[in-house]
Design a protein around this ligand. Sequence first.
Ligand SMILES: Cc1ncc(COP(=O)(O)O)c(C=O)c1O
Length: 477
Amino acid sequence: MKEHTKILNEFLRLFDNYQNEVNREDSKVLLDLSPNELKQKFDFSIDRKGISYEALLNAIENYLSLSVKTGHKQFFNQLFGGYNLSSILGEMTTSIANTSMYTYEMSPVATLIELEVIQKMCDHVGYEDGDGILTSGGSLSNLQAMLTARNKYFPGVMEQGTQAFPKMTAFVSEEAHYSLEKAGSILGLGTRQVIKVKTDISGRIIVSELERELEESINNNEKPFFIGLTAGTTLKGAFDSIQEVLPLVKKYNLWLHIDGSWGASVLLSKKHRHLVEGIKEAHSVTWNPHKTMNISVSCSALLVKEKGVLERNYSTDKIDYLFHKNKNETYDLGKKSLQCGRRVDALKLWLSWKYYGDNGYEKRTDKLVELAQYVTEKVQNHPKIELMNIPSFLNICFRWLPNIELDVNPFNLELRESLLKDGLGMVNYGYIDKDLTFRLVLTNPEIDKEDIDTLFSNMEKMAIEISTNHTKKAIAW
Ligand SMILES: Cc1ncc(COP(=O)(O)O)c(C=O)c1O
């Protein structure tokens, strides 16, 4: 037991050192090592003979120092990040208790905690008698939404498979997350039956195009059943207009899903929730607290308007070795899940929500949007940066324009590579049409305007350096 305490104390010291390192002004966001370089620095092997806890702690220290520092204030790369102690405490407690979410009997406290956070999220959406389940990510929440819709709209498909039915079609925008296309493939529709509707310049689904595609599908004797709108698209951060699509949902009798993996947390803000006006009319909503709520990866919810609709997808009646008939059986959340064993993701969310409260989360959300507006202005006011999207949320797409005659795409790629190589910052990129664009996203409310100034000043220095190097090369040539 003494050793146990010593190891834990040592672990906490490592954790604290790591956190101090992440916050040190000159610390790097990443080391940008190739797999071969990494293999030189980290012993990945597992041998016949075990090792001591001390050696494990060395491995943990090394793991932390070689990993990308997603809590660093120059990390703008992914739709998650930041540092949230209450969530980390939740993660650790989850592992210590090591329960699993299938039955109340197995996880009594965690079950009631999950029900509480689901209820809280349903309240924010505006579902009066809603329900939901935590899943391992936005992709799985979207898959389960489409599965639930398919099984409700095509009774018998669960038993007979899709071949017994006319071609089913689902509709999403061309900017929707790829998990919805993947869901179409997994659920037997086929990816081609997930129809990608054109978007406008800001990345929002064009409603007249959606109706045209619906009509075309019906004329082809297909059976449309699902519209998946996005609240906060992955690249541009666009919000499809729910209000404008609702009449089509009614007219064609479809299931409306909102993929709010990224953007549903606007519900936490009185100022910004107008972006998802009408969301309570949707049949289901995906919301990822591991994105803008800074919960450790992974933590995602699928919320549904109709209680009971999730359980009807699975025949768990005969699984009496797990789901016992007892007085608490209505609390067995496993009956609503695609998984059997399921990690307790609710605790870290609950602890964090309890710590910050609704008010804290509202402030955090508003601050992120303010920071995004600051970035947008910075980009717009800079003569050598071009804004590439119409920001409405936390995504700002932009590209640098070289000082000399250079192709813009390779120039921006080189700039990103320099940024990563020096470990000074991390900003992801994508393409808008054929133009390579940086996609800066804000997820960490601990970031301040000065951190954003630092990023742009570093990028500017690099952009000048790259242009100068190319000029020198051209002269030498
Ligand atoms: C709009 C949207 N939906 C779904 C997902 C998938 O979420 P996850 O990575 O948790 O599976 C993402 C991820 O970035 C996303 O941006």
